[in-house]
Design a protein around this ligand. Structure first.
Ligand code: ATP
Ligand code: MG
Length: 426
């Protein structure tokens, strides 16, 4: 993409009321637009990142048997009354509205009811189980506080998978697989080294749920981390019994601020019971389906990456979710430079390399570098009088101070060799 055609421009300042680093950088660099507190639009650069995160999650969910669908955002009051989650007293985050011809509807804030209500039509026999439907969806929550940028929105994009199993044993097998899939996701988006499986509060069917908590000062949660095993305990369930599960002494736990980027939850029959979601087993006996839920906030994940992987100049995207692989910059308005930059752009594009080409002639080198640092594309390729004289391109990683001259072939070889480029849907 030519930067001259990208309608978003970088800004020197973020909105005054924006206190979080992720929102500040993402707004200034033109990834998102703030509509109001807790509500953000994704601009072209931001959408590319979200789509790559989505692809990674989709691949990992499909690998453990997930089946994607898309449920509606407008929700039926009668369905939610079955599980006693329609009343504002029971659920304080509902956004609700009235139909013109009478009756109330709600905007999705979670998805158990929606999935169970659909699946009830299709689950009859033990032969129909287990199944693992999931969807990516915009969620709406009337959150009181929303000061963490895209990490806590009133409108946010998530993935939720629900598991429908015959019994606890079948459920547990999938639950363990989901932990590995989640760890793969966090590794692939570049925050695996800071993300820990964390014991958190459960429900009536299991004492604990599990959260995936990423260490960051911007986090809203406090966790106690055992650095040896890489397992943590959320403060909300921090007691002697829970600590004993980590197999260590108390003294070795370190208190950290962290953000919950995902969670997995054993639901037992909490939702299958009110919906009478049963299957006939091998002996013809009716049994309640055992469920689990597995959520990840995509916006929160993107915001977390910015929080933990930026420096004072801007964002540092991991290669797997960067909006583009390489930022090609032409410096000055020398004709030979511009011609060479056009050639390089064409060759990279022909080889399916995602290039953001700063083809503008009105900006100084310093301005271009500052913008490039803020946007944070992993590789920067500069075409200047100097590089033309040296018959190459000056290549520099976002994390490096100095570049080196390489040939176009060398640049191509480097970029094509990347296995995890998240390219499929863009
Ligand atoms: P939290 O404890 O942070 O309020 P939650 O436990 O209510 O989140 P879930 O309802 O289980 O979260 O949602 C699943 C995932 O969706 C969370 O792990 C998180 O990544 C994301 N998420 C939840 N609430 C928000 C929000 N307001 N904005 C952005 N992402 C969110
Ligand atoms: Mg939570």
């Amino acid at each position: 993409m030519r930067q001259s055609k990208l309608f978003t421009k970088t800004k020197k300042e973020a909105p005054m009321d924006e206190v979080s680093k992720n929102a500040e950088f993402l707004i200034r660099a033109g990834f998102i637009h703030k509509e109001m507190a807790g509500v953000y639009s994704y601009l072209p650069l931001g959408l590319r990142v979200i789509k790559k995160i989505e692809n990674i999650i989709r691949e990992e969910m499909d690998a453990i048997g997930g089946i994607e669908m898309k449920t509606s955002i407008l929700q039926n009051k009668e369905v939610w009354e079955k599980s006693n989650r329609w009343d504002d007293e029971a659920v304080e985050v509902w956004f609700k509205t009235k139909l013109k011809n009478g009756g109330e509807i709600g905007l999705s804030w979670t998805n158990e009811e929606s999935h169970v209500n659909i699946l009830k039509q299709y689950i009859n026999s033990y032969k129909d189980l287990p199944i693992y439907p999931y969807d990516f969806k915009d969620m709406f929550r009337n959150e009181i506080r929303s000061k963490s940028g895209i990490m806590r929105g009133r409108e946010f994009y998530w993935k939720a998978l629900y598991s429908f199993s015959k019994d606890e044993q079948e459920h547990n097998l999938f639950y363990e697989k989901s932990k590995v899939a989640y760890q793969n996701i966090f590794k692939r988006v570049g925050i695996g080294h800071l993300t820990y499986l964390t014991f958190a509060s459960g429900g009536s069917f299991s004492k604990y749920s599990h959260e995936f908590q990423t260490i960051t000062a911007a986090g809203e949660d406090t966790i106690y981390l055992d650095e040896n095993s890489g397992v943590a305990v959320n403060k909300e369930v921090y007691d002697d019994e829970t600590i004993a599960l980590l197999d260590l002494k108390k003294e070795t736990l370190v208190e950290k601020k962290a953000i919950e980027v995902g969670n997995i939850f054993s639901l037992g029959t909490k939702y299958s019971a009110p919906f009478d979601l049963k299957y006939k087993d091998e002996n013809g006996e009716n049994k309640l389906v055992i469920m689990g839920s597995y959520g990840i906030g995509l916006g929160r994940l993107m915001g977390t990456v910015v929080e933990v992987l930026s420096d004072d100049k801007g964002i540092i995207w991991p290669e797997t979710i960067a909006p583009f692989q390489v930022h090609l910059l032409s410096l000055g308005d020398d004709e030979e430079v511009l011609k060479e930059a056009e050639n390089v752009y064409e060759r990279l594009s022909k080889n399916n390399i995602e290039v953001l080409f700063d083809d503008r002639t009105s900006l100084s080198a310093g301005e271009k570098f500052a913008e490039s640092d803020l946007i944070g594309i992993p590789y920067r390729a500069i075409i200047s009088s100097r590089s033309v004289k040296e018959k190459g391109i000056e290549l520099k990683k976002r994390t490096e101070e100095k570049g080196k001259i390489v040939s176009v072939d060398e640049l191509l070889a480097l970029l094509v060799s990347k296995p995890d480029r998240g390219l499929t849907s863009i």
